[in-house]
Ligand binder design. Structure first.
Ligand code: HPA
Length: 284
């Protein structure tokens, strides 16, 4: 596949999905590392392994099941990705964000992106949930922006606004849901690095100095593509580890997956609340 995705490739995947289900999903949900457990809540699911969908990138890492579920999630028609691919796996930015384009063509109006992230903010602990208020596109600042290449006019303009990467109304719904259910949460800025190596202590001090609260290797490219098409985004990080600002501890993928088990019930409670309240938000 060439570096840049075409509308024909996107629509080929859409047709293949539509051939398997009559459900018109209105919400898209991406479940990050160790967070796939939420997929069990999808009712009457049509389950499509990523490898059976034309042009869909297939994840290569542990903790990502690699399946698309289409069905009812907490009362809303939804398409749920159990796992995603990352730039560090060797995929192009077009491939990394391909599923977001498919969601947009399927008619999805709201996308909920989840990820596992390392805490940079010293007040955060492993097992915390952070609602994203904003992002730093570290991975894209040097040129790896998912919108590089021919502009897909079907979705949006060449130079899209990015003043609200995360939708303020969805953020309010998430906060209200967490408060009602007495689920503790943090809010903050997520920064995306390419990975796959975790950060050095000096990397982390730099990231802290430029205003990041949590660091990960996903989400930001997906949010940019979603916003290019004016799709509203809610972002939620599961804090899997405290960043190692002084080099005293090591970070492992096992730790990231283990924290996921602690985080899934909180994430599930917040997402359920948002889904139930969604009809209160005016469609834009
Ligand atoms: N750094 C980058 N990505 C991550 C981390 C981290 O500490 N934890 C989970 N994903």
């Amino acid at each position: 596949m060439s570096e840049f995705i075409t509308i024909e490739q996107i629509d080929e995947a859409v047709s293949a999905i539509r051939a398997k289900t009559k459900v018109s999903p209105k919400v898209g949900l991406v479940l990050g590392s160790g967070l796939g457990g939420l997929a069990a809540s999808v009712k009457n699911a049509t389950v499509l392994p990523f490898k059976e969908i034309p042009n869909w990138p297939v994840s290569t890492i542990q903790g990502h099941a690699g399946r698309l579920l289409i069905g009812e999630l907490f009362g809303q028609n939804a398409m749920v990705m159990q796992g995603r691919v990352h730039f560090y796996e060797g995929y192009s930015m077009g491939q990394v964000t391909f599923p977001i384009r498919v969601m947009q063509r399927m008619g999805v109006q709201v996308i909920i992106l989840t990820n596992a992230a390392g805490a940079i903010n010293p007040n955060f602990e492993a097992g915390d949930v952070m609602l994203l208020t904003d992002q730093i596109n570290m991975i894209g600042m040097g040129g790896m922006n998912p919108l590089r290449g021919p502009n897909l006019e079907e979705f949006g303009e060449r130079f899209p606004d990015m003043s609200h990467p995360y939708d303020p109304e969805l953020l309010k719904l998430a906060e209200a849901s967490a408060q009602e259910k007495h689920i503790g949460y943090q809010k903050g800025v997520y920064i995306c690095l390419a990975g796959p190596s975790f950060e050095s202590p000096a990397d982390l001090r730099f990231l802290r100095a430029i205003g990041a609260d949590a660091v990960g290797m996903s989400t930001v490219p997906e949010t940019i593509v979603a916003r290019h098409g004016r799709t509203r985004v809610l972002g939620i990080s599961g804090i899997s580890n405290k960043a190692n600002l002084n080099g005293s501890t090591e970070t492992t993928h096992e730790e990231v997956l283990a924290a996921g088990e602690m985080i899934v019930p909180k994430l599930s409670g917040i997402i359920q609340g948002v889904m139930e309240k969604l009809n209160l938000v005016s469609d834009r």
